[in-house]
Design a protein around this ligand. Structure first.
Ligand code: GLY
Length: 394
């Protein structure tokens, strides 16, 4: 009888492992063919988009025309960044020259003191360029932008202020997206050998860890602090469905942000948070089978809600980095990323309007802006994810 019970338990364990393996089996995604397609598309599009500082491609308007921005916009660095990434893959000189030209338009943004978005604006353009060229001028801009961003750090709060608008309702808003700007600070800390920048970035990550996460490991979008006492005043949303909901891109920013914070600090608490966010995102009952989330995990009319492709591209790229830090779960993370990349590389998520690669992102549903459209940052993180996937394959 005892033997029979042992046998029964062994059989159960076997099937449990088999089930787990089946769930996480990688579809064996190959990134190179897709990177080749995208590089060719980008080269073909170059004559259609001559460098123009007043017209940086951002998204597509509801009437089908191109929505462009100036360098002041938070998304202005992604177009140059995408060109740099495709140059890295293809070594095509035309892509490099275009990347240099579009990056130049970002130069004055190093002095922008009205936003936390310097990380996006400067690191996705100059940062990508610096990785590939080691251009001394780019290094100077990166360090200067990081110093500018550090001016928004408040000792009492222990974080960088995100936005200046909506005062006096918000006095010191810190949004989960702000985790992304830490890469600029951490890199500049290394480039300038400046421990102050490292400490500010680390403190910001710690404060966000303490303030933004709920017991289910989802994140609030905006936490507003009292800048004098450092006390939390409110926890609300700006781009999500409700104050209590899980805005999809916010979860993706958190996943990416804690993965990169771990890259620089090796703080196990940051790794643990990234693992928890990945689990929340990729095992959520409202995540569709193809792993491209609705714009908010708690949107009221699921399944009749728009997807947010940008959230999936950001999350896939983050997972591929996370897979290198958490070897016990790396097959699972790569498997999830492969499912996302397989879906995004299929026809139904392919943009038909140049210069974009992906359709079906959502900028701000509550703001009724950029609903179900191509957006430049979805493309940027998609190309980055493909590149990371390719590196893992090799
Ligand atoms: N604030 C960046 C975003 O919309 O995701």
């Amino acid at each position: 009888m005892k033997n029979q019970i042992y046998y029964f338990i062994l059989v159960l364990l076997f099937f449990a492992c088999k089930q787990q393996k089946k769930d996480y089996t990688s579809p064996n995604f190959s990134a190179i063919p897709q990177l080749e397609v995208l590089a060719q598309k980008a080269i073909k599009n170059l004559p259609l988009f001559p460098p123009d500082s007043l017209n940086i491609p951002r998204s597509i308007k509801p009437d089908g025309t191109l929505n462009t921005v100036k360098s002041r916009d938070w998304t202005s660095g992604f177009y140059a960044g995408t060109l740099w990434q495709l140059y890295r893959f293809s070594k095509n000189e035309e892509l490099k020259n275009a990347a240099i030209a579009w990056t130049k338009f970002q130069t004055k943004e190093q002095f922008d003191d009205h936003t936390h978005d310097l990380g996006f604006k400067i690191y996705c353009s100059f940062g990508e360029g610096f990785k590939l060229t080691k251009e001394a001028e780019y290094k100077k801009v990166i360090i200067s932008a990081a110093n500018q961003l550090s001016q928004r750090f408040n000792e009492k709060v222990g974080a960088i202020k995100s936005w200046d608008f909506n005062a006096p309702e918000w006095q010191f808003p810190v949004i989960i997206d702000n985790m992304m700007n830490l890469e600029l600070l951490f890199e500049a800390a290394i480039l300038a050998n400046d421990d102050r920048l490292y400490k500010l970035a680390d403190q910001h990550a710690q404060t966000t860890l303490n303030s933004h996460f709920r017991p289910d490991n989802s994140s609030v979008h905006v936490v507003d602090f009292d800048p004098v006492t450092g006390v939390i005043r409110s926890k609300v949303t700006h781009q999500g469905y409700s104050d209590d909901s899980a805005w999809a891109r916010g979860q993706a920013w958190g996943l990416y942000g804690y993965t990169l914070a771990y890259r620089y600090t090796k703080n196990p608490a940051y790794l643990a948070q990234a693992q928890k966010i990945a689990h929340f995102f990729f095992t959520h009952p409202n995540l569709p089978a193809d792993k491209i989330p609705y714009w908010d995990f708690n949107a009221p009319n699921i399944p009749n809600e728009e997807r947010d492709v940008s959230a999936s591209a950001i999350a896939a790229s983050a997972l591929l980095e996370l897979s290198q830090y958490d070897k016990n779960n790396s097959a699972k993370y790569i498997g999830w990323a492969d499912e996302v990349l397989t879906a995004l590389s299929a026809k139904n998520y392919t943009a038909t309007t140049p210069p974009f690669f992906l359709n079906q992102s959502v900028g701000s549903k509550p703001g009724n802006s950029e609903i179900n459209t191509p957006i430049n940052y979805a493309d940027y993180y998609y190309v980055e994810a493909l590149w990371r996937r390719n590196k893992l394959q090799n």
